[in-house]
Design a protein around this ligand. Structure first.
Ligand code: PPS
Length: 324
């Protein structure tokens, strides 16, 4: 089912490139293409039985999955979707960790010393479950596609994603090296969860599937109210009155989520993982951090890589993210 190739990287644990072998995956994914050509860089401990367990995960009729490439606004969307699915239960949102209310499916393969295997934790969650994953389409549990479970997909422009990912993996001790090396390794698919562009483009091309809600971080920044209205309709929950909407918008503000230990995981990760003293899980929360954090050369490299990849699909970066 899976083919895996070991990889020399600057990650602090062994990594592999994983792909689906054979064409079975075409039978359940809505997009017909050669899925076996798609690769994903993952911890070596993902390959083998963990990959098979993810593939075989039993889904439920009311499951909702939040799927993203890393650092694309997952936590922000998890908080929003969880509140919509739980009748705006702000009391619980302000007293329990987002990552406990919405479990990260493959977290066991990345973090050390978790109290419970992350797939077991998903299996034990009460319904309705909100499950987070950074896996690309072809590696997600096949039932998600076969049973058409709801998927919320959040994409973020590549340059901001690179900046945010670099700070995250470096600060959290998952990867060690300088920024130039990181940019090259991101482009060359040597960083956790890459290839970035295939991850994004495959969901972009599936965005009209009725069980997929495709949104960008940039759209959320531009008009979160509109995204909330569209997401409420997608999830089949009652639309919010003006007061509820205002309360939700306040709760989801960057500064408010940053100062809450239940949504800003900086404190929790410092307590439980080997992260650096200056590590920040929520850093700037803006569109365009690349403008003052990437060098001209890094920007040019990333733009050339993006243009080349997207030309094969007749797309431009602005078709997906708008003007940045
Ligand atoms: S993870 O670890 O992959 O799940 O990270 P993820 O949650 O996907 O992405 C983290 C980035 O999202 C920003 N963020 C927000 N931006 C705006 N508003 C709100 N409420 C918000 N919450 C999280 C967070 O700051 C990270 O981006 P950067 O650019 O690093 O600040």
């Amino acid at each position: 089912m899976f083919a895996c190739e070991s990889l020399e990287t600057s990650a602090t644990f062994p990594m592999v490139r994983l792909r689906c072998a054979g064409d079975a995956v075409n039978a359940w994914l809505p997009l017909q293409q050669d899925w076996s050509s798609r690769i994903c860089v993952l911890p070596e401990r993902y390959s083998g039985s963990f990959a098979n367990r993810v593939d075989a995960l039993q889904t439920r009729q009311d499951d909702v999955f939040v799927v993203t490439f890393m650092k694309c606004g997952t936590t922000w969307m998890q908080e929003l979707a969880w509140l919509l699915l739980n009748q705006l239960d702000f009391k619980r949102a302000n007293s329990s960790y987002a990552m406990e209310r919405s479990i990260f499916l493959e977290y066991s393969t990345i973090a050390a010393n978790l109290p419970m295997d992350s797939i077991d934790a998903c299996n034990q969650m009460p319904s309705p479950r909100l499950i987070k994953s950074h896996l690309p389409a072809q590696l997600l549990p096949r039932q998600l596609w076969q049973q058409k479970r709801k998927i919320i997909y959040v994409a973020r422009n590549p340059k901001d994603c690179v900046v945010s990912s670099f700070h995250f993996v470096n600060g959290s001790g998952l990867w060690k090296g300088d920024f130039d090396t990181f940019v090259d390794d991101f482009i060359n698919n040597k960083i956790l969860y890459t290839s970035y562009w295939t991850h994004i483009v495959d969901f972009w091309r599936m965005r009209h599937e009725p069980h997929i809600f495709f949104v960008t971080y940039e759209q959320m920044k531009r008009d979160l109210k509109q995204v909330i209205e569209q997401l409420s309709a997608f999830l089949g929950v009652n639309s919010l009155n003006a007061q509820q909407m205002e309360q939700l918008l306040q709760h989801l503000k960057f500064d408010n989520m940053k100062q809450s230990k239940y949504t800003n995981l900086t404190g929790l990760l410092k307590e439980t993982q080997n992260v650096s003293a200056d590590f920040e899980f929520m850093r700037r929360g803006i569109v365009g951090s690349f403008k003052d954090e990437l060098s001209v050369e890094q920007r040019q490299k990333l733009d050339a890589w993006t243009a080349e990849f997207l030309s094969a699909y007749n797309l431009k970066e602005s078709d997906i993210f708008g003007q940045l």
